[in-house]
Each structure stands twice: as structure tokens, then as C-alpha cells.
Design a protein around this ligand. Sequence first.
Ligand code: PBG
Length: 343
Amino acid sequence: MTSPARRSGPSRPYERPRRLRTTPAVRRLVAETRVHPADLVLPVFVRDDLDAPRPVSSMPGVVQHTPDSLLRAAEEAVGAGVGGIMVFGVPAEEVKDATGSCGTDPDGVLNRALRSLRSALGDRTVLMSDLCLDEFTDHGHCGVLDARGRVDNDATLERYADMAVQQARAGAHVVAPSGMMDGQVRVVREALDAAGHEDVAVLAYTAKYASAAYGPFREAVGSSLRGDRATYQQDPPNRTESLRELRLDLAEGADMVMVKPALPYLDVLSDVAATADVPVAAYQVSGEYAMIEAAAARGWIDRDRMVLETLTSIRRAGASLVLTYHAVDAARLLQGADHGRDD
Ligand code: PBG
């Protein structure tokens, strides 16, 4: 005999989404989004004037590498299954100048690091290089300045063209112009082709916002910037503007496009992913990393879950790849993970 309470009736739901949440196995089966180590790219910092790796205090667990420790870290990342490495060079203070000449010097810190990474790793990973002047200029801006101290778009493009060729020669598989100059993708593509580097791909920083979340990065690269980048990076209130940047970057020949930062801009990421017919990357930036680490260090959040949840959200919003300082840890968590946790 069925008790009245167990009889189905109008007050009882017919559809029961909870059926697909009952066990870890069923949750794993129906998961709409997966994060795989191969989707992740590890950003790394290298200096050539250190005896030992130097911790970045606002990014616990992240260091400025020596050339040797960089090679070991890259091997470790590749071993963990991480899909690529994005390299940032940190020059000594005394080699910075107004035009960032260290960035185009074949013996500059970044180009040297690219050369040794490529010779050690060959094609076992995707070697990416940040293509921007801000680490190399004494004023810290992403371009060269005009007589009035403003960032000069077209003069900067000439520097980027030169940088692109040097980075390709040094062994980058992918160059990533991140300075938000108008026309940067076109000049970089043309310069690469003219120098015979047709196979080197361009990952465009397409939607890059002037964000407070870059704070720890500025420590990581020893930035000399005073002031801000508001005349070239995008204004946080703007959403449609990113579609304009996307249209331009695709027309100029971008092979992949990027949205940055990631978590505060998931709406932008979703728009870009809905429109782009090339792979879309998202950059979970230094401040996003720092927020997770700071809260976790106080015991306020579960770090590992937060790392995987944020990466999942970024993938769910439409990113096919994610640049994250958590790449190696996340790759290990993913490999060890039985995705259905029972909590
Ligand atoms: C510019 C560049 C920046 C970042 C990546 N490329 C700094 C900036 O725009 O000020 C920030 C990355 C991060 O915060 O993790 N070359």
C-alpha cells in the first residue's frame, strides 16, 4: 500500500534534475565542461642577474627564474601535461631605456631564454613569448613616447615588428602582442612573414582591460611604470568595444585571440567566444592568482577547489585555453582528481 505522502500529485515535481547529481560517476558523465592540462598555459618570469630564483611576494609560489631554474620549471610543466609556456623577460634596471632596446636585442634576457627553452624542449611544448615593451622601457609604458610623453602608437608598432622577428628567430612558436596598440597584429604578422616566419602564430591580446588585477605582475616584472595605461588598455565599463577589437584582430590575421583578465570579464569572454572562429584564450592574471592564494592562506577558502572552479568557469564561459599561474598545480589536481567529489 502506498502511503498518501509518497503518491505523486500536482504538488510533486515531475522533472527531477537532481537525478543527475546523485553520484560522483553520474556527475562526471554529464559534466558539460572539462578542464584538461593541455588547455593550460603557464606564464613564467626570467631574469639573468640573479644567483637563485627570487620569490614574488605578492604571488606566493611564483618566482622570478634564473635561466637555469626556468629550464627546470619548463620541464616540470611539460611533464605535468601543461599545454604551453608564456615567457616574460625581466631585464636588469640598468639595461632599461626609453625605447626598450633590450626587447629587440637578440642577447636580451627574453630572447636568450626563448633560445635556450626552444633548444631544450624543441616542439614538445608550445613556446609563447610576450611581445610588449613595458618590461624593457625605463618609463614602464608598453610603447615608446612622443615629445609630449604620450604613448606613440605608430612608432611603437615599428618596435613590435622588430621584436616579433627577434622572438621568432629565438624560437617562439607563438608571439603574443599585449600592448594594445592599434594595428599591432597586422604589423607583427607582416614582419614575421617578411622574415620567413610564416609558421609562427600570433596570439593577440584582443580584449585587455586596464585592470587593478595586474598589480602583482608589476612586482613580478619589476615594472618602472608611474601612472597608468588607461590611454591604451580598455576601460572596464565597456563590453561592445571588445567585439570591435576582435573584428580588427581577426581582420589583421590573429591566429588566436585573448581576453584578459578572466574572472571579472567572463561576459566579455563569452561574447568573444560566441563570435570568434579562432581559438579563444583567457588570462587568469596575477591579481586573480593572488586573491585565491591570499584567501586560502588564511583558511578562508579551499584553494584546490577554488583553482579548479575558476578554471572550469573560464572554460564554461568559452575559453579554449587558459593562461594561469596555477597551471602546473591544476594539471596535477586534474590528473589526480576523481572528478566527482562526494561533497
Ligand atoms: C603587458 C602585460 C601585463 C600583463 C601581461 N602582459 C601587464 C600590464 O598590462 O600592465 C599582466 C599579467 C598579469 O597580471 O598576470 N606586457
